[in-house]
Design a protein around this ligand. Sequence first.
Ligand code: ADP
Length: 477
Amino acid sequence: MKLHFIENRWVEPAGGDSIAVIDPSDGQVFEHIARGNAVDIERAVSAARRAYDGAWSRLSAAERGRLLLKLSARLQAHQEELAQLEARDCGKPLKQARADAAAIVRYFEFYGGAADKLHGDTIPYQAGYTVLTLREPHGVTAHIVPWNYPMQIFGRCVGGALAAGNTCVVKPAEDACLSLLRVAELAAEVGLPEGVLNIVTGFGHEAGDLLVRHPDVDHVSFTGSPAIGRVVVRAAADHHTPVTLELGGKSPQIVFDDADLDALLPVAVNAIVQNAGQTCSAGSRLLVQRGIYEQVLQRLGDLFSGLRVGSAQMDLDCGPLIRHSQQERVAAFLDQARRDGIATVAQGKIAAGAPAGGFYQPPTLLRDVPPQHRLAQEEVFGPVLAAMPFDDEAHAVALANGTDYGLVASVWTRDGARQMRLARAIRSGQVFINNYGAGGGVELPFGGVKASGHGREKGFEALYGFTVLKTIAIRHD
Ligand code: ADP
C-alpha cells in the first residue's frame, strides 16, 4: 500500500484502511492507497503550519524559487517514470502522459523563476503619506486535485502556492494519485523543508471534506465538478476560507464560413478526444456556420471514423475512461441522444487487442444537437462532440454564451474585426482565435466565469490568488 506523505516521510494511515487503485485500461486492481481520516488530516495541516511558521518563512523568495527550480530539474530527470505511472493510473495514452510530465516540469520551472518577481506597489496618496502594498502568502493552503490531469493540476496549484510562500496539503483524487506521491518524494529529495508539501490520500467526502473545513487552512484550491465545487465552498465558508474554483465547461468552437478548415479539423478532433474527453477545457461543442456545416461534418466524420481507442500502453488516439461509473455515465448520455433522435455522424472504434475489462468508449460525433438539450448544456466528460449550425455572428454568440459554463472558447475566422468582436462578446475565461488551447500554456491565466468557477490559475496571475494584499499607509508629515 502507498502511504501518506507528511513532513517528508511515509506515514501509515491512522485508521489502517486502504482504497484499491484500478487500472482503467483493464479494470484490474494493481495497487492500494491509504484512506485518510481526521487524524491524518490533522497531522498534515499541523505539519504545514509548523513549516509555514518555521523554515519556509525564513527563506527568501529567491531561495524558495531556487528550490522549485531544483525540483523542476529533478522531475525532468524522472519524466519517463512519472509518465508511465500517470498513464497506468489514469488510463492515458502514453503520449498524453508524457505531455503531462513535461508540463509539471515546466510549471515548477515557471513558478521557480517567478518566486522573486512577485511584489507589491507604492501608491501615490495625500501629502505626508507613503502607501505601499505587500503581497503576503495566505499561510497553509489546501489543494483538492482531480483524477483527469493529476500532475498538471498539481503543478499549477502547488507550484504557484509554494512560489508565493505558502505551505501545502494536497488531497489528490482517490482514482489517481500515484504520480503525485512520487513527486512529493522527489521534492523531499531536493531539499524542500519538512512539512512544506504534504499529501494525504483518501476519499473526497472524508479526507477532502475534513481538509477544506479545517480551521487552520487559509486557502483552498479546488478543481473538479460543479456539484462538488458547491459543497467545497459551503464547507470552506465555516471558517471564511477563500476558495479558488475550477469546475469545467461546455466549451464551444465557433467556425465561420471563411475559416481555414485544414487547420481546424485536426484541432477540433484533438480538443474532444484528448484524455478521452475528460478535460475541463474539452472543446465539446462545435458551432458551424450553416453554409459550410455539411462539409465540416463530412470531413470531421471521416476523421472520427478513423479514431482508435485502446489501453494506455497501446498509445492510440484515445484511452479508456477513468472508471466504470464514468463509462456508464457517458453511455447514458448517448442513449438519451438516440432516444431523442439526435443523429450520430460517426464513431471511432475500440481497437482489437484492447484488454477486456477496460473502460473504453468510442469517440462520437453528434449532429444538430438542439441548443437546450443536455448534450449541448451539460459536461459529458467523455469523447462526445455536439455539433450544431448557426446563421450569423449574433446567433453564434448567443449559442456560445447559452450554457451555464464559461471556461474556454475558440473562434475560427480570417476576418480580423470579427475575431475581436467575438473575443469580447464571449463570456469565458479564455478565448482562442484560430487555435484551441494554445498548446497548454503554463504561462496563460486560466479559469472560468459562471458555473466554470472563479479565480485564476496558471501564469503569473495565479500568484496573486495565492497571496493576500496588505496595504500599509505611513504618515510622516
Ligand atoms: P469527479 O466527479 O470528476 O470525480 P469530483 O468533483 O467528484 O470530480 O472530484 C474532484 C476532487 O474532489 C477529488 O479529489 C475528490 O476526492 C474531491 N472531493 C469529492 N468530494 C469532496 C468533498 N465533499 N470535499 C472535498 N473534496 C471532495
